[in-house]
Design a protein around this ligand. Structure first.
Ligand code: IMP
Ligand code: MG
Length: 179
């Protein structure tokens, strides 16, 4: 896979530093509160597992699967729930765990959806933020790193479902997208 990469933006070590910092912020804010982490699959898989290991507070986890992208790199704007949360979110403090916020469509939708289900609070932690492409204004409380408008892969993020297993994050060579 390494030969497909044009450049590496975040090494394993840099990602670990970011995740450690985010876990500390979350711990400080949720101390003494009952926290439910909701991982948005599949992109958040590595972030979620590393982050939850570093969170010291008692918490529970659940997952949702949503799709807003086809196989390409441009959002379709529609969000479909492929798998909903498995436990009740009513009265709970939710923290949505997402890999990246791009247009904001996915998180805008999830925020509204989970709030409508009666959550006590809904906040968002995203590993990456691409603010240049925002179309929906969404308040995001925890951001790992702000990145320029480039399509990134690795550490859970995919291109056409590949590259999620890279332990680092980078940009693919242009010819990979045209294959
Ligand atoms: P949004 O709804 O446009 O904010 O898109 C959010 C989702 O699009 C993320 O959860 C990712 O799955 C996907 N996505 C957005 N940008 C990238 C990227 O640079 N690489 C891989 N996936 C991305
Ligand atoms: Mg995705």
């Amino acid at each position: 896979m390494k030969k497909d990469m044009e450049k590496i933006l975040f090494s394993e070590e840099q990602i670990e530093e970011i995740v450690t910092r985010m876990a500390a912020e979350i711990d400080a804010d949720y101390e003494g509160k009952d926290l439910l982490l909701i991982g948005v699959l599949k992109g958040s898989i590595l972030f979620m597992s590393d982050l939850m290991k570093k969170i010291q507070n008692k918490c529970r986890i659940d997952f949702m699967v949503v799709s807003s992208y086809a196989d390409g790199t441009v959002s379709t704007g529609r969000v479909n729930i492929l798998k909903d949360v498995s436990m009740s979110v009513e009265g709970k403090n939710l923290l949505i765990i997402e890999d990246i916020i791009d247009s904001g469509n996915t998180l805008h939708f999830l925020d509204q959806y989970l709030t409508a289900k009666g959550a006590a609070s809904v906040k968002i932690a995203t590993l990456f933020d691409k603010p240049d492409r925002r179309r929906m204004d969404v308040p995001v409380q925890y951001v790992g790193a702000v990145i320029p408008d480039e399509f990134i892969v690795g550490y859970g993020l995919d291109y056409a479902e590949y590259y999620r297993n890279l332990p680092y994050v980078g940009v693919l060579k242009p010819e990979i997208y045209s294959e």
